[in-house]
Write a protein that binds this ligand. Structure first.
Ligand code: NOJ
Length: 471
């Protein structure tokens, strides 16, 4: 039997890179709406971004020349089902067909996410992720995608980063609908998992050879001390940041302890329905997409109201550097800081070992489920020379150190099957706009042609892939 090829690639998401926000029948999504509203204090939008919609051939060629054999991207829901009437936009399907043609030309394996934060506006107007009917709408859209693309897409992902998305929507309030509301946070979280299960149910009906998974944002919660109080904080940290996604997605149910803790925190759980829980039970994922950025460092809860800041929380008011990332969840845990761990310019820990600890924990808890590292990358204020070339040694070090721990976990038996750098090229970084860059390839937003210039990290990654083809 020939050994399965390890997937080495990079990732993007529709709203962040496509541009072309209002052409060829695309509907409006909640990010188009937010960016064009008064709530967007910087005025920066993803209307054009790096215009992947018109540059995808060039971008895919660059992936191939960089030795990448897989590409993770997302489909814009509102390009496929633009309006509430559920009529499918053929031009939307055609665009992604063309992207897939191009990937096939170079033998690049597509890994495709159905929703990466960008809900259609008609869902947003009804309550977004808190809208009861969202799971049926999502299942419909998902079935259109499965029936059209079938096995051309071997790896499907239902939802990108439920935790981060839900926290930003309803706890930090920096993503639309920009609320702080713990009741809504829980409804959103629950609906996301119902959406995941109902989309998987549609997927199974299609009898494809493809596989389906979910992309999870959070690494493990950890603590600086090993006392019973700190251990309990870690348990609550993981319940809050990991278990509500991973348990239903992989095992098909929530642990009772989590439900009870949420109920005791004053949340009205009447939105939970037996029929949804039955769908969850029957429809679990084939693989886990695990993103790798940083851990949640916790200490026992002491005082204060529930609140959260993420690493981009400050930027929407025009400041360039956000508050340190952190959370207080009343009665559960508080974020801690470790003076020995360096922080990136957005106040987030640079702690590569978090991915090793996380991968080992996933195996211990969930067995041999296949895992793809669906994002790993370093945001920076890149400085380019006169030719637009960026010597991004900080990014190279970051990725290299994470990769060492990922490959170590793989050697120790974790079923890691692929790895994606975030991001393929520079793109719109949500509230951080265009200043926070992650790309392996620089995009010159000023030159009028959105010129692509590979960075030092692009060449470094190409060599790394060559040397690790057969891991
Ligand atoms: C995770 C998200 O999936 C992506 O959209 C975002 O830009 C990166 N993290 C970097 O913050």
């Amino acid at each position: 039997m020939t050994k399965e090829k390890f997937l080495w690639g990079s990732a993007t998401a529709a709203y962040q890179c496509e541009g072309a926000w209002d052409i060829n029948g695309k509907g409006i999504n909640i990010w188009d709406e937010f960016c064009h509203s008064d709530k967007n204090k910087t005025g920066i939008t993803g209307d054009v971004s790096c215009d992947f919609y018109h540059h995808f051939k060039e971008d895919i060629k660059m992936m191939a020349e960089g030795g990448q054999n897989t590409y993770r991207f997302s489909i814009s829901w509102s390009r496929i089902v633009p309006k509430e009437d559920r009529i499918v936009n053929e031009a939307g399907l055609k665009f992604y067909d063309e992207v897939l043609n191009e990937l096939e030309k170079y033998n690049i394996v597509p890994n495709v996410t159905l929703v990466h934060y960008d809900l259609p506006d008609y869902i947003g107007h009804k309550g977004g992720w808190c809208y009861e009917g969202i799971s049926d709408e999502f299942a419909y859209y998902a079935s259109v995608v499965f029936k059209h693309f079938k096995n051309r897409i071997p790896l499907y992902v239902t939802i990108n980063e439920p935790t981060h998305n839900a926290f930003c929507n309803y706890m930090v309030g920096n993503y639309p609908p920009n609320e702080f509301n713990m009741q809504h946070l829980c409804e959103c979280a629950y609906n996301m998992m119902v959406c995941n299960a109902k989309a998987i149910r549609e997927f199974r009906k299609c009898n494809l050879t493809s596989q389906i998974g979910i992309v999870h944002a959070s690494c493990l919660a950890e603590a600086r001390f090993d006392t019973p109080e700190y251990k309990e904080a870690v348990k609550y940290g993981n319940m809050f940041n990991n278990d509500w996604v991973l348990d239903p997605a992989i095992k098909g149910f929530y642990e009772k302890e989590l439900i009870e803790k949420v109920r005791k925190s004053g949340i009205d759980l009447s939105f939970m329905k037996q029929e949804d829980l039955a769908v969850m039970k029957e429809n679990t994922i084939d693989f886990l997409g695990q993103n790798a950025y940083s851990r949640l460092l916790v200490k026992p809860y002491e005082k204060g109201e529930t609140c959260a800041t993420v690493n981009n929380a400050g930027n929407n008011d025009g400041t360039e550097r956000a508050a340190k990332e952190g959370k207080t969840v009343k009665g559960w845990f508080e974020s801690d800081t470790d003076p020995n761990i360096p922080l990136n310019p957005w106040g987030r820990e640079i702690y590569p070992k978090c991915i090793y600890n996380t991968l080992l924990n996933r195996k211990e808890k969930y067995g041999d489920i296949p895992i793809y590292i669906t994002e790993n990358g370093h945001g920076a204020y890149d400085i380019a020379d006169d030719q637009g070339y960026v010597e991004d040694d900080d990014r190279i070090n970051f990725i290299n150190n994470f990769l060492a721990y990922i490959l170590k976990a793989k050697e120790e038996g974790v079923n890691v099957k692929g790895y994606y750098v975030w991001s393929t090229m520079d793109l719109y970084s949500w509230i951080n706009g265009y200043k926070k860059r992650y790309g392996l390839v620089r995009v010159d937003y000023e030159d009028g042609n959105l010129k692509r210039i590979p960075k030092k990290s692009y060449y470094w990654y190409k060599k790394f892939i060559e040397e690790h083809k057969d891991v």
